[in-house]
Ligand binder design. Structure first.
Ligand code: CTP
Length: 400
């Protein structure tokens, strides 16, 4: 989302235990510079007090159709005028049913019906309610009506059961809302991304790895999804939750990652190598834990395959993009690497930003270096995807 435009969001909250997560969502939206107006159903107020949301958004919360705080008495029309979206989170099974039927018997359902902006819902309910054919029918109807449905996620539920029905976590939901507004520059494209470090075993408990959080690769996956692409993310070991809409393939070693890439690359339009692949692996790793003794331990290392180079050198390669994290002379080393790897585009940064959510990134292509202003990784990922879309659109057709 452009930071210069303050988006007005009507945040609707319905009755479910996940209402407590909506407080965090409201906080994150405010932090991202959105102007948030909260509207709650009566049942939602049984879970969280309106005052919580008033304190977080700095605005009174509305719950009823007959509220005389709005001068013209038409809160259901007033709130969505000029709003960028109505986001209902959590959306209970009952509320989804109401929306699907176009009912309007409280403020939130009435303003959903009267709105002229996009409607997004984040369902949250017990897994059996979610699996019920009635709910499935209602959700299918809402999708046909153009309503964006985010989630639900799978996992442990407040009722003690496991399965689909949990509300998507607030950070992911915010990313979904922001993603909704992104231009669909890669609609219909298949994008394959490597991310995170690789881990090369020394023995049963030790290994060699690279310092990489995976945050940049996951942000690129998110940005590609938001641009309308079909995304497969091949990830080394990280602590991150992948974007729900990406196909995730887990890899440990560089060899695993190469195998996964080889399996999937045939279908790919764009390949983005963000992974910090270990350059060497240990010859003859020990199956058991190596016991310490007083002697010097020598490890024999052999070079790993270069995954990106393998893809670039395929007979019919996808559009390939590389990453380079350098500790010095970024502009010089990145350009050398781009030419050596025969890449139309390489994104380079200095290693200081590895664990951070923010980075400094420069894009290198045939026209030169394009430094991006310092900012969140997701913003850089979006700029990268826009740049890829531009170059991809200009590439010569096969055989030229
Ligand atoms: N890469 C890869 N496989 C490898 C090494 C690197 O796919 N075995 C990819 C990375 O994902 C990245 C790009 O190549 O997109 C550059 O990675 P980097 O480690 O900076 O490059 P190296 O060729 O390994 O050069 P260096 O000597 O700087 O380590």
């Amino acid at each position: 989302m452009s930071d210069t435009v303050k988006k007005r969001i009507v945040l609707g909250i319905t009755g479910g235990i996940a209402a407590y997560k909506a407080a965090e969502l409201a906080r994150l939206m405010m932090k991202r510079g959105m102007d948030v107006q909260v509207v709650m159903t009566d049942s939602a107020t049984r879970f969280v007090a309106p005052l919580t949301f008033q304190a977080l958004t700095g605005k009174p919360v509305f719950t009823g159709l007959w509220d005389d705080r709005i001068d013209n008495g038409m809160a259901h029309v007033e709130f969505t005028r000029g709003a960028a979206a109505v986001v209902v989170a959590p959306a209970s099974a009952d509320f989804l049913a109401k929306l699907a039927q176009g009912r309007a018997d409280d403020l939130l359902s009435t303003l959903c019906l009267a709105r002229d902006c996009p409607l997004m819902v984040a369902p949250a309910m017990n897994r059996q309610m979610w699996d019920n054919p009635a709910t499935k029918r209602n959700v299918a109807q809402l999708k046909r009506d153009g309503v964006a449905v985010f989630g639900p996620a799978s996992g442990e539920q407040a009722c003690g059961e496991e399965g689909f029905g949990r509300m998507v976590e607030p950070e992911e939901l915010l990313a979904d809302v922001e993603g909704y507004f992104q231009p669909k520059l890669l609609a219909g494209r298949k994008v394959l991304i490597t991310a995170g470090p690789t881990f090369e075993a020394i023995d049963a408990v030790r290994g060699i790895t690279n310092r990489s959080s995976g945050k940049m690769g996951y942000a690129v996956a998110r940005a590609a999804l938001d641009a309308g692409a079909e995304v497969t993310l091949i990830s080394g070991p990280t602590c991150l939750a992948p974007p729900a809409a990406a196909k995730l393939v887990k890899a440990v070693s560089a060899q695993d990652m190469l195998t996964a890439v080889n399996d999937l690359v045939g279908e790919t339009d764009i390949f983005i190598g963000v992974a910090a692949v270990a350059d060497y692996y240990v010859l003859n790793p020990s199956e058991q834990k190596i016991k310490k003794d007083a002697h010097i331990l020598t490890l024999e290392l052999a070079p790993n395959p270069d995954i990106l180079a393998n893809v670039v050198n395929l007979p019919n390669p996808p559009f390939c993009v590389g990453f380079a994290a350098e500790s010095e002379s970024l502009f010089e080393f990145a350009e050398i690497k781009r030419h050596r790897k025969k890449l139309p585009l390489l994104a380079g940064n200095l290693v200081e930003a590895i664990d951070s959510d923010e980075s400094e990134l420069t894009l290198f292509d045939d026209e030169g270096a394009h430094p991006l202003p310092r900012g969140p990784k997701i913003q850089h990922a979006r700029s990268l995807i826009a740049h890829i879309a531009k170059l991809y659109g200009r590439r010569p057709a096969a055989g030229e």
